[in-house]
Ligand binder design. Sequence first.
Ligand code: ADP
Ligand code: ZN
Length: 439
Amino acid sequence: MKAQKTHNIYNPKMECMSREERRKLQGERLRATVQLEYDNVPLYRARMDAKGVKPEDIKSIDDLKLLPFTEKTDLRDEFPFGLFASPKKDIIRIQGSSGTTGKPIVAGYTQNDIDVWTEMVARAMTAAGGGPDDIVQIAYGYGLFTGGLGAHQGAQQIGAMVVPMSSGNTQRQIMMMHDLGATMLCCTPSYATYLGESIREMGIPISEFKLKSGCFGAEPWTEGMRQRLEELLDIDACDIYGLTEIGGPGVAFECLEKDGMHVNEDHVIAEIIDPVTEEQLPYGTPGELVFTTITKTGMPMIRYRTHDICTLSDKPCACGRTTIKMSRITGRTDDMLVIRGVNVFPSQIESVLVGMEGVAPHYMLVVDRINSTDKLEVQVELTEEMFTDKVGEIEGLRNQIADKIKSVVGISAKIQLVPPRTIPRSEGKAKRIIDNRKL
Ligand code: ADP
Ligand code: ZN
């Protein structure tokens, strides 16, 4: 059962204010954040001094470009507490990244930061159709990873009944979802797909579930994957984006228009830059997403380079929110593969596969270097039906996938079709790449 397409808004004052008013507010908040950093964080003071910028030079958000960038390596270098802008006694929570790209980093939150984050997720859940009548099953991990607690706080804030399952234990997830009549689900899109497939395999009719929508994020996914997930679970699937450094999930979220994620602009400023020249790019041009937090006090971030690739848009949205929207993340520069000089993102391969008959949306890219030449192998899972009833068609399917990948990505890949359920499923972020060249 899909969500009613209501456009309820959690904080209309902040989410629907005029662009001019918001720019002014952002400028004031930016100025205060820069002052806080300059006074309390030696790394920022040194970087600003080196650029000859003083906090009083920051008068509006147009001055953002005067400020230095922050990189993930800065968080590692200053690990664990070097970037705190508030005294340690005011930090009430530590969260950490899921560690997709190396050693985990940690962030510290003051009570103010937890409140800000909670509100951001409450806005996201409201936008996905959530409210006090909902039963929200949280299947994001609750570790240091921000997904579990982030979604939990937001769901609690909108007055929903929270089911804090955490990730994993799929059979139990399904039993609880069924017996409690969960109406919303929050987890990674890959895990949600796995839950959906498992329900089908167990033979429970989807009509016995009460799910209507969910907030799915923490990893890149495609529009095709959304359709697949929506069919599997008979729900509206909304995208939600965030990262530990900026405050966890809820930095941006989709409304039920499902056409890009609204950025919580009264709390963060988003920019797109050219990753090489570091120049700001106009709306509509793809580039690297950069965030500046403007209300956080524990570990604020100035011009944090996310390494995520997307576009921003200021086109009005039918829901009434006036915030800018970010597109889906098409990839992170960290998991962009350069194969024989061509840039390849897993999402490109996914977009080829999800629309095809006979294959499941589970795949793995394996890269090797043989005789100084890069070789890409794409492992693709067959559906049960294809595997058992249509073996004769498998060769044709292999060629079809190879041709499509060649035309979309521009390189040839070896396609290996594997039996159903042989590519490892993830309970959190899906792993899609094995790069043997680095070993
Ligand atoms: P990491 O994955 O680097 O260990 P986090 O757990 O903080 O760290 O996750 C943040 C990253 O997850 C983002 O920078 C982005 O690459 C990815 N991410 C989060 N939400 C989404 C989303 N909705 N779509 C695509 N990618 C996302
Ligand atoms: Zn909207």
